[in-house]
Design a protein around this ligand. Structure first.
Ligand code: GLV
Ligand code: MN
Ligand code: MN
Length: 393
């Protein structure tokens, strides 16, 4: 709740967009708390923060616990922040109990998980895991033309820590779907996450006068965009295997009420639990776009900016989460994540697992996002026991 004061919105949410001054304030508060808990703090070249609690075996790779401190433009208090605070709580609890682990622990805040200001999503963990080359990502620009590199420097988040080996990675997160709440379960034992394909789409027609230009000679980029939005929605609705299709961003030019719009830029976000179906969804979207382009006499350019296949977490580490849940006596169920998480990329370089807790109504990426105290606590307890199982062995 203290962290949520940074970037707090009037409706009770959080606006802590990555690599802004508000994000810097959130990062600084986390670093201060981590140091107060006895951790040493380092930052790497993409701004990922590592708060380290030493173990008794100096040669052991750390067990990492993380998530992200950035939020959506109209985000909530819990998406990402919960996982980082849960990691800090594990460290504080071990301190209180005087428990020393063999392996060091690292609480990590990954840069730009949300992918709202800059693509790609899960940028910090993607660079750490070697999925995205650092130099390539540093040049990516937001809608105002600011590069990731400039944004990192502007808030002093460009550090020097080098990538290192991680023994195991745990991430706690709100579920962001209503399943746990509906089934009255406290913990989701996460098996994996949906694959995603994100596109930048630009539709170019021709600006012209809204009065004199006859309807049949127009090259209306907005009409073409509207039709594509409906196709994306249809694809998300009709394809099998947990399909999702979303257009969440659109810019219209010249955006004047009496000008037929000549240019629209928009995004497409496609998700699926099966990679082959995800590919079919993307193919269908592209072929519909080509037909719309012909019919509307508009040029449509589609660039893929994010792709990762559906992921499965490490069975042994997922087992540690399940054992922790059973040991603590919480109700639970296996679950697949519809949202992206840094754990998806960490899973490529270390065994990874996630702990979900319910959030109210399953609502997330919204200022009213909320979670119950007892569930927040339960998630921390599961994380603590799962981490301990790995860090003492
Ligand atoms: C990340 O928040 C996502 O889009 O899944
Ligand atoms: Mn998140
Ligand atoms: Mn999110």
């Amino acid at each position: 709740m203290d962290l949520a004061r940074i970037g707090a919105t009037p409706k009770g949410g959080v606006r802590r967009i990555t690599l802004t001054d508000v994000d810097r304030e959130g990062r600084e508060l986390f670093c201060r708390w981590a140091k107060e808990a006895g951790c040493s703090v380092s930052v790497d070249a993409i701004g990922n923060i590592f708060a380290r609690r030493e173990g008794s075996d100096a040669s052991a790779a750390p067990v990492a616990i993380g998530s992200h401190l950035d939020s959506q433009p109209s985000g909530g208090k819990f998406d990402g922040a919960y996982g980082v605070m849960a990691g800090l709580e594990v460290v504080r609890t071990l301190n209180d109990a005087g428990i020393h682990t063999r392996a060091p622990l690292e609480v990590v805040s990954w840069t730009n998980e949300e992918g709202s200001r800059f693509v790609p999503t899960m940028m910090g963990s993607g660079v750490f895991a070697g999925v995205h080359p650092l130099q390539e990502v540093l040049g990516n620009r937001d809608v105002n033309g600011v590069t990731v590199e400039e944004a990192l420097k502007s808030i002093g988040a460009d550090g020097e820590a080098k990538p290192h080996k991680i023994a195991a990675y745990f991430e706690a997160h709100i579920e962001q779907e209503p399943v746990l709440e509906e089934r009255k379960k406290t913990i989701g034992v996460v098996q994996g996450a949906l694959g995603q394909r994100w596109f930048d789409v630009s539709l170019t027609g021709m600006d012209s006068h809204a009065g004199p230009t006859p309807m049949d000679t127009r090259r209306d980029a907005m009409v073409a965009a509207a039709r594509l939005v409906l196709e994306v929605n249809r694809i998300g609705t009709t394809f099998p295997d947990y399909a999702r299709g979303t257009v969440g961003f659109m810019q219209v030019q010249p955006n004047s009420r009496n000008v037929v719009p000549g240019l629209v830029k928009m995004t497409v976000d496609l998700r699926n639990a099966k990679d082959t179906t995800l590919t079919r969804m993307a193919d269908e979207m592209k072929s519909k776009a080509a037909a719309i382009a012909r019919e509307c006499r508009v040029a449509i350019e589609i660039t893929e900016v994010v792709y990762f296949p559906p992921s499965e977490f490490d069975p042994k580490l997922v087992g540690s989460v399940r054992d922790a849940v059973q040991g603590l006596g919480y109700s639970s169920m296996d679950i697949v994540s519809g949202a992206a998480h840094d754990a998806v990329y960490l899973a490529r370089v270390a065994p990874a697992a996630m702990v979900f807790i319910p959030c109210e109504g399953g609502i997330s990426h919204n200022e009213i996002e909320s979670a119950r105290r007892e569930d927040v606590e339960a998630g921390c307890n599961v994380l603590l026991n799962a981490v301990l199982a790995r860090a003492v062995e």
